[in-house]
Ligand binder design. Structure first.
Ligand code: GLA
Length: 363
């Protein structure tokens, strides 16, 4: 019996740049302080027994698992085993204990946190090193081809590259990642994370529809990916057809520009400008990409009316969390206004916390 290995991975907040990843665009995530931790005890066996503190029963899976064998939460673990195995790497058996610190179904990438923590634990236990982009691809493969959710690389790259007090500018065309200082508290501004508790999921459905619409729009515009139009956004946007696919493309193109503008504003510590970009992103997700809900819109709009510098839904959409940049002294009042508005509309009371950029996955 080898020594146990502990590895943890955070959830992420995408500050801005939604649904841009599979369009080879830009995004700007940070890591959450909340993390998922995996304790792996390798043993000389060809099965892996996985327990989660959130589930009653452990799951036993064969190291030769293939898509379709395991469903539910353990499919993310089995998917990593399968993806590593299919890439030709040896995966040891043993027991794994998962402690989940990231809220699930909230747009905070709890699935990718689990994948990256499992992957890191297996790699450490077997003395394998894979660079972070390769790790991200293995974890993504687990999600796409084992679990069946057609997601991009945002969550895994965000989690693997995150650094304390920084956001990461990811360029999905060449998968390069650049750190951008992100310390609003140093400027009297707080980042609020407002969990609506309206759960979402990405296996199929609306997420896949948006992806298909972007691909159709790119083809209609004669390019492989919408990113190919990025150096002439104003003209392209002005000429986009007023159709559903046209609006989907407009969101992606304008959102990429907002990510770059946010990075520039952060370099100037201009949180007023960052806030306006967040709100513009929220409006684009609401009107053009149509991935928000009335509940989410209510939270974001109430926060801004109560004095937030800006607010937007974060993550894949159709529920989950809203982030708001707020002047420190307005924190309580904005939280109270959001709670009152959701109560008034008959929604469950949101959980509201001030948060910050945490560190990335590690042992
Ligand atoms: C989910 C997916 C990501 C990304 C976001 C939207 O989190 O996992 O790949 O597409 O939605 O930005």
């Amino acid at each position: 019996m080898s020594k146990p290995v502990e590895y943890s991975a955070p959830g992420r907040i995408n500050l801005i740049g939604e649904h841009t990843d599979y369009n080879h665009g830009f995004a700007l995530p940070i890591a959450l302080p909340e993390r998922t931790t995996v304790t792996f005890r390798p043993a000389d066996t060809d099965t892996l027994v996985v327990r989660s503190d959130r589930e009653a029963a452990p799951v036993r899976l064969a190291l030769g698992t293939v898509p379709g064998d395991v469903g539910g939460w353990a499919a993310y673990v089995a998917g990593v085993v399968w993806a590593l195995h299919s890439a030709g790497h040896h995966v040891p058996g043993g027991t794994m204990a998962v402690t989940g610190g990231v809220a699930t179904g909230s747009g905070l990438a709890s699935s990718a946190a689990l994948e990256c923590a499992v992957l890191g634990a297996i790699l450490s236990a077997s003395g394998l090193t894979l660079d972070r982009v390769e790790q991200a691809r293995i974890a993504q493969r687990a999600e796409n081809d084992y679990v069946g959710a057609p997601t991009g690389l945002l969550d895994q790259l965000a989690i693997l590259f995150a650094e304390r007090r920084h956001a990461q500018l990811i360029d999905f065309r060449d998968l390069s990642v650049r750190s951008v200082p992100f310390e609003p508290e140093a400027h009297g501004v707080s980042l609020l994370l407002i969990n609506s508790h309206a759960a979402h999921q990405h296996a199929g459905g609306e997420y896949a529809d948006r992806r298909a619409a972007c691909e159709r729009a790119a083809a209609a515009l004669g390019v492989v990916t919408l990113r190919d139009l990025q150096d002439r956004v104003p003209q392209v946007v002005a000429e986009l057809p007023d159709s559903e696919d046209g609006r989907r493309a407009r969101h992606i193109l304008t959102e990429n520009q907002r990510v770059l503008d946010t990075v520039a504003a952060l370099h100037r510590s201009d949180f007023g400008a960052v806030g306006r970009l967040l709100t513009a992103s929220q409006e684009s997700m609401r009107d053009d990409f149509e991935i928000t809900t009335d509940h989410i819109d209510l939270i974001a709009e109430t926060a801004v009316q109560a004095g937030a510098l800006g607010a937007r839904m974060t993550g894949g959409g159709f529920g989950g969390c809203v982030i708001a940049l707020v002047p420190g002294e307005r924190r309580e009042a904005i939280g109270d206004a959001v709670r009152a508005a959701t109560r008034h509309h008959g929604h469950r009371e949101p959980t509201i916390v001030a948060t910050h950029a945490g560190h990335g996955a590690g042992g």
